[in-house]
Ligand binder design. Structure first.
Ligand code: B12
Length: 240
């Protein structure tokens, strides 16, 4: 069935839980304000199940209630994986046979972003979720430039540039990514520039053309997905 409702206590009861902060002291009026917001968002009835002060003049709420909205899953549009998921051995073999040299991957957190855990999970041998990172792949040469790297520093000759953006305040991740892709477009003609890949937990994977990059990876990405994508984009698709 393509039309569904959220599930809370019983199938199809429409129950959802929502958390937010309001700039008000924690009291009864604040709870009333939270319920007013919930009602305006289509939660009816709703109840405040948690209200906690967040410093002076701010309250954090969790509201639980029913929505009447329906979701049509047949109308959902997402960025599907359009490349095969390969094993490390297959990836190494393809690079060796088709490129006859190591595939060079440069990674960094750009702008003021110092959240390196995500890009390290993709690049470092220790990896994430039981998968080894790209450094483990014999035929990949990985240069991890670390945190707060300026766009002009990303000039190392690479087949793929992997950029991480975790901070999204004031859309910093979008501005930094656009700046990075524009710099590459300016510095190198199409066909000569490396594959541009960005990742981070709050990207919309559908925004590739808007941001001028070849691929966006979101939360929960694993190194094998990234390695498989690189081989597909740089070797398999090129060969075809
Ligand atoms: C650890 C952490 C820190 C550490 C970072 C240490 C380090 N070396 O990375 C420290 C303490 C330094 C830190 C500092 C700050 N932090 Co912080 N931090 C976090 C925290 C708790 C976890 C992030 C993390 O490591 N996740 C685990 C990794 C594995 O997940 P990931 O990053 O999503 O990566 C995965 C995917 O997204 C993807 N991916 C990510 N990047 C890439 C790149 C590519 C190329 C690819 C393919 C895939 C990919 O693959 C990864 C593996 O699956 C988050 C909250 C949270 N729970 O997420 C806040 C959080 C990110 N921090 C936040 C903030 C605000 C800050 C500070 C500004 C706080 C302050 N006022 O000083 C500073 C900023 C410092 C700076 N200059 O960047 C906010 C950001 C809010 C926002 N809207 O932008 C968060 C969300 C906390 C919050 N709820 O407020 N932080």
């Amino acid at each position: 069935m393509s039309i569904i409702r959220p599930y809370g206590d019983m199938t199809g009861d429409g129950m959802v839980q929502l958390s937010f902060t309001l700039p008000v002291e924690t009291d009864k009026r604040a709870e009333g304000a939270a319920l007013q917001l919930a009602a305006k968002m289509g939660m009816d009835p709703a109840m405040v199940v948690h209200a906690k002060p967040m410093g002076d003049g701010f309250t954090f709420f969790v509201v639980y209630g029913t929505v009447n909205h329906l979701v049509d899953t047949s109308k959902v549009v997402v960025a599907e994986r359009d490349f095969p998921l390969l094993a490390a051995k297959e990836i190494n073999t393809l690079v060796k046979q088709k490129m006859r040299r190591k595939l060079v991957v440069v990674g960094a957190c750009i702008g003021t972003d110092a959240h390196t855990v995500g890009i390290d999970a993709i690049l470092n041998v220790k990896g994430i979720a039981g998968e080894k990172g790209l450094e483990y792949y014999r035929e990949l040469r990985v240069v991890n430039m670390g945190a707060q790297v300026g766009v002009p520093e990303l000039t190392e000759k690479a087949d793929a540039v992997l950029v991480s953006q975790v901070v999204t305040q004031r859309d910093a991740h979008l501005h930094n990514t656009r700046e990075m892709s524009a710099a590459f477009r300016e510095a190198m003609p199409a066909g000569k520039r490396p594959l541009l890949v960005v990742g981070g937990p709050r990207f919309d994977e559908m925004m590739t053309s808007e941001l001028g990059v070849d691929r966006i990876f979101g939360r929960g990405t694993t190194p094998r997905e990234v390695a498989s994508y690189l081989v597909d984009a740089l070797i398999s698709k090129k060969a075809a």
